[in-house]
Design a protein around this ligand. Structure first.
Ligand code: AMP
Ligand code: GLY
Length: 435
């Protein structure tokens, strides 16, 4: 179907979607770009349409009305909600998995059972829907141990328990107090794994998997990986821990077996497979095990991937949807990229809304820097206001992770936003390896 003059709709409103829109807008094949619902930054590269990302029927109606040729789904909610299936029913192609295949992210129990059936390396586990049985299992296994709500919980469903008491409290919160509603009707208890985490991405078209690159993010809110977990306070790519040898290992032991397993189970996977990896061992003898699958690009990992991607993104996404990835290649710039997330004070708790953000043009003028918006809205007189927890992703490319980081923080220092904060140590692991 790859043709000129395509009308493309991106679904979502975060920094990931700004990065996708920024890259798609540069495609010579894209004639018109919409984003629903988008944000004030995305408005600069796409026409924003006020439809909520999870409003599957509203999205389908709009796509039909304006004759969208191709839809790119950013977040997991609409994937698990069946948006790609519904679009398919009305003859509109979309990038992303069917609801059945998005279960790799939407049900941790499904993902773990699939890995067990197909010998894909991951932590040992058991599934529970009864609090008494789950608690008895924890008492038997001891701590550290990991407790996970089965379904989508906006990144808050995982407790890495250092003590048995913590694990029991997490079980109670999920199965007894019902903190996550239906997403917590079941849980997974799994073995605690040690090592270094990395995010690995591959495009999949049902049968063929095309490796992209790896990135690393920073989940904790404060410097030194302290404080509560967030959606991600920054990211960089390449991730030096993911060597070419490890990439080959991950493709062979994790990604390709998963793609084959999904075909065998009648739920072929199309879209981007985002493998959260735990890497153990030392130079030469590293081994990766799967922490989790996401069935979408990471946020903020997507921002650094898009900065590094030299190929046109649109034909790759279309090929994934059409089952035509075999024989395709992806070109990357040979430099590094790093994203510093600016969040509103209070995040990941109640974040301060509505503060004015100055200096955006000055920040964006630093060489190699693009300021992606994650949650902004326009205010009176052309001002830009904070409108969420993670607000900006200041993303830079540079000859090394260190260079990219220097540029990103130079741009951060040009911003004038009293209510904003960021981590000052994004990229520390990679930089420790670079020197
Ligand atoms: P998930 O949403 O499954 O990626 O879990 C969130 C975070 O919890 C991961 O990024 C890890 O830091 C941690 N985590 C999850 N599962 C495990 C595990 N089995 N062992 C150690 N840490 C884990
Ligand atoms: N940054 C992690 C995620 O997008 O899930």
């Amino acid at each position: 179907m790859i043709r000129q003059n395509m009308k493309v709709l991106v679904v979502g409103s975060g920094g990931r979607e700004h990065a996708l829109c920024w890259k798609l807008a540069a495609s010579p094949l894209c004639e018109k770009l919409y984003c629903a619902p988008g944000n004030a930054g995305i408005d600069g590269v796409a026409e924003c349409v006020a439809i909520k990302a999870d409003d599957v029927e509203g999205m389908v109606r709009f796509a039909q009305e304006v004759h969208i040729d191709f839809v790119v789904v950013g977040p997991e909610g609409p994937l698990v909600g069946g948006l790609v299936d519904r679009l398919g029913e009305v003859g509109i192609k979309a990038f992303g998995p069917s609801a059945a295949a998005a279960a790799l992210e939407g049900s941790k129990g499904f993902m773990k059972d699939l890995c067990a059936r197909h010998n894909i390396p991951t932590a040992g586990y058991r599934r529970f829907s009864d609090a008494g049985a789950a608690s008895a299992y924890v008492a038997l296994k001891g701590a550290p141990i990991v407790v996970k709500a089965d379904g989508l919980a906006a990144g808050k469903g995982v407790t890495v328990a250092r003590t048995v008491e913590e694990a029991l409290a997490a079980i109670d919160e999920i199965l007894v107090a019902g903190r996550f509603g239906g997403a917590g009707a079941e849980l997974v208890i799994e073995e605690f794994m040690e090592g270094e985490e990395a995010s690995f991405f591959a495009l999949v078209d049902g049968e063929t998997a095309l490796p992209l690159v790896a990135a690393q993010d920073h989940k904790a809110v404060y410097d030194g990986d302290k404080g509560p977990n967030t959606g991600g306070m920054g990211a960089y790519s390449p991730a030096p821990v993911v060597t070419p040898e490890l990439t080959a290992q991950v493709m062979e032991r994790i990604i390709r077996p998963t793609v084959r397993a999904m075909v065998a189970e009648g739920r072929p996977f199309k879209g981007v497979l985002f493998a959260g990896l735990m890497i153990s061992g030392t130079e030469g003898g590293r081994e990766a095990r799967l922490l989790e699958y996401n069935t979408r690009f990471g946020d903020p990992e997507c921002q650094v991937l898009m900065k590094r991607l030299a190929s046109d993104l649109l034909p790759l996404l279309v090929a994934s949807a059409e089952g035509k990835l075999a024989g395709m290649t992806v070109q990357w710039r040979d430099d590094a990229a790093l994203c510093v997330v600016m969040a509103a004070k209070g995040y990941p708790g109640e974040a301060k809304q509505g503060g004015a953000i100055g200096g955006l043009a000055e920040a964006g003028a630093v060489e190699g820097v693009t300021v992606f918006h994650a949650a902004t809205k326009g205010g009176a007189g052309g001002t830009m206001l904070a409108n969420g927890g993670r607000v900006l992703g200041v993303t830079a490319q540079g000859a090394s992770v260190q260079d990219a980081r220097d540029r990103a923080y130079q741009a951060v220092d040009r911003l004038a936003w009293d209510d904003g904060f960021c981590r000052r140590d994004i990229g520390w692991r990679a930089i420790a390896r670079e020197v």
